[in-house]
Design a protein around this ligand. Sequence first.
Ligand SMILES: [Zn+2]
Length: 317
Amino acid sequence: MNKYAIGVDLGGTSVKAGVVSLDGKIINQISIPTEAEKGPETVANQIVKAIKEVSAEAFGKEIVGIGVASPGLVNLDGNTVEAPPNFKHWDSFPLRDTVFKGLANGLPLLIENDANAAALAELKFGAGRGEDDYLFVIWGTGVGGGIIIDGKIYHGPHGGAGEFGHGSIDYNGPQCNCGNIGCIESYIGQRYLSTRATKYLENKKESVVWKLVNNDASKIEPQVLYDAAMEGDAAATEIMSEAGELLGVAISSFMNVMNFDLAIVGGGVSAAGDLVFTPMNKRIKKSVMAPLRPVARAIPAQLGNQAGILGAAGLVM
Ligand SMILES: [Zn+2]
């Protein structure tokens, strides 16, 4: 068991790198700025720097390989990454090969989309252990996803499978960032959810939410809605409960197509727990095909913000 892998979680503001044991423990971890505004060459350099820094702390340990979890579309070549959101001057860039050359240590280096990596982390070390097939949903700023089939990440013929947040639940719904109409993300992604909540609360000045944000509508966000709901506020409970149910609608459609019975849901907003999971599961039970009803369920992810590093390391373990 004296073997380790290095996992890198590439984010818009920081590059996190960790040394991970084969049983999924992060034994040490560092974080440096991404410098995303300086373009992909700089970002690749920062990744190299983070890996070298964390490797130095792992002196004397056997490192079996390195994995990188990156936002954006990771092509099937396992090398080029296209247009990660919030990264400047980045069209298509050979991230894997650039980092590999920069490291010059010859260790296996694999790169994977960040939501897929998080899905893999849950499979190896979290809520997905012992499962073969499930949908992983990451519910935060946006709504992302990863699909596990037969215990492996499913990439699809163009490498971009798992864009769960851009399945539409209403063709007359709101305009989504991606260009489509009524995507689940355009209802419950953090920013959209905050906007919807603000509108809903306009005529409900008695709601605790207004007190919590000092009447500043720009401060209404899922965390505040959660806090208000925990104080028994009816309007906040209603909004979060509806968000959970909407996610249930999207999950059950996916389950019906794939014949899946499990969804693992992580990300910041999912931390609202039963407040969103109870209505989500109620909707799933109602909306899946009859044979799935006794078994279909959505459960919380277990790894939180460690999922990026763990999933990246999991690529080479
Ligand atoms: Zn969309």
